[in-house]
Structure formats: structure tokens, C-alpha cells
Design a protein around this ligand. Structure first.
Ligand code: DC
Length: 220
């Protein structure tokens, strides 16, 4: 099977670019952040506070999370319930970041991710795909953009949705999340030595997709 690992910070356009690249190549697109978000939702529902690490760790034994690829894309299931549309809130996102720092949760989700990659040609996006989940992936890409560029894109999306946001707040959020994701003890966000850097700071979406596809096609 051909495995393509795409890692990078939040807001770099990873998921949209990876999804489009997967369609162009005829591969399955796997968004691994959804798995962490589902566990985040489990923690919220259990009434666990965001810093109660031991209680979060204990969730690993009583939680099942799985993915299914349906005609309209990836669905994520928490204990059998389809929670695909419930995991996109700001709160699920904050909890996802917290639960992703807990080793027991990462261990729970590791096998799910590896099995999908063993059975399918995949483009898998996340933070530790090239470093931990799929160290033998044929292509590894680290997709990033400056914090300012990522904040500008997120700000523009929120404004387009009519949400009242302040640019400085969006930027501060991005910087804080980058810091948390890249300094955690386990599987921190970092560029694998053998990953190719794709920086989209100065280019638009279509140019980014072309660059990503060219980078992949040169190697498979
Ligand atoms: O990509 P996302 O925003 O949906 O990810 C949600 C959180 O999960 C984010 O804080 C980072 C974490 N995550 C991770 O630690 N490892 C992954 N492979 C994917 C996501």
C-alpha cells in the first residue's frame, strides 16, 4: 500500500489540501485530528475538566473510536455513535488538544490509524504521522505557513461566516496551540528528518495544491 504522511500545524490548510490531493490520486483521505476530537468530546460528555489528566487517561479503557469512509467522506464514531458533525466546535477543539497530550489516548488511537494505512492507499494528515504513526510512509510532507498567514486565513473564513472575530485573538490562539502541540512530551509536532517541507505562506490555495501534488507525484 502507498502511504503519504502529511503533518503540520493547525491552520496550514492541511485537511482541505490533503482531501483534494487524495481525490486527485484516488487514495483515501484520513483526517486523524477527528479521532482526537472524538475523544475530546468523550471527555466533555463525562464532565472531565480540561486539566484532569488522570481522568482523561482512564477514558482510554472505556472508549472506542473508529473511522468509516462513506460516500460523503470520513465519518468518526464515538462508542458507535456518529459524532462527525459534533466534533467541529471550539470546545471539542480545545479538548482535542488536551487529550492529545495524554499517552494512553495516543496509544488507543495508534492502532486504528496504522490499520487504515495497512489496508488502503492513504493520505493521512495529523501531527505525528511521519514521525510516529507511519515511520515507513513512502512520502512524508511537512505542510506549514507562517503563523500570521494561517491566522489571516482563519480570520477571513470566520468573517465570511459572519462571526465577530478580532485578528489579534485569532493569531494569539494559533500561537498558543502551536506552542502546546510542539512542546508536549509525547509525539510533539515536529518535522521528520525525511519529510519534505511545503510552505504555503506566499502562495494561494490552487498553487499550494499544485505544489503538493507535484511533490507527491515526483516520489511515487
Ligand atoms: O487537526 P485538528 O485540529 O483536527 O487536530 C485536533 C487536535 O488533535 C490538535 O490539537 C492536535 C491533535 N492531533 C494530534 O496530536 N495528533 C494527530 N495525529 C492529529 C491531531
Amino acid at each position: 500500500m502507498i502511504n503519504i504522511a502529511i503533518d503540520g500545524p493547525s491552520g496550514a490548510g492541511k485537511s482541505t489540501l490533503s482531501r483534494k490531493a487524495a481525490i486527485a490520486l484516488g487514495y483515501l483521505y484520513i483526517d486523524t485530528g477527528a479521532l482526537y476530537r472524538a475523544v475530546g468530546l468523550a471527555a466533555v460528555r463525562a464532565g472531565i475538566a480540561i486539566d484532569e489528566t488522570e481522568k482523561i487517561a482512564a477514558l482510554a479503557d472505556k472508549t472506542t473510536v473508529s473511522l468509516a469512509i462513506e460516500s460523503d467522506g470520513q465519518h468518526v464514531f464515538l462508542n458507535g455513535e456518529d459524532v462527525t458533525s459534533l466534533i467541529r466546535t471550539e470546545n471539542a477543539s480545545r479538548y482535542a488538544s488536551a487529550v492529545s497530550a495524554v499517552p494512553e489516548i495516543r496509544a488507543l488511537l495508534l492502532q486504528t490509524q496504522r490499520r487504515l494505512a495497512e489496508e488502503n492507499n492513504v493520505i493521512m494528515d495529523g501531527r505525528d504521522i511521519g514521525t510516529v504513526v507511519l515511520p515507513n510512509a513512502q512520502v512524508k510532507i511537512f505542510l506549514t505557513a507562517s503563523a500570521e498567514a494561517r491566522a489571516r486565513r482563519r480570520y477571513d473564513e470566520q468573517i465570511a461566516r459572519g462571526e465577530p472575530v478580532v485578528f489579534e485573538t485569532v493569531l494569539a490562539d494559533i500561537i498558543e496551540r502551536d506552542h502546546r502541540d510542539s512542546t508536549r512530551a509525547i509525539a510533539p509536532l515536529k518535522q521528520s528528518d525525511d519529510a519534505i517541507l511545503v510552505d504555503t505562506t506566499e502562495i494561494d490555495f490552487d498553487q499550494s495544491l499544485e505544489l503538493l501534488l507535484n511533490t507527491i507525484r515526483e516520489r511515487i
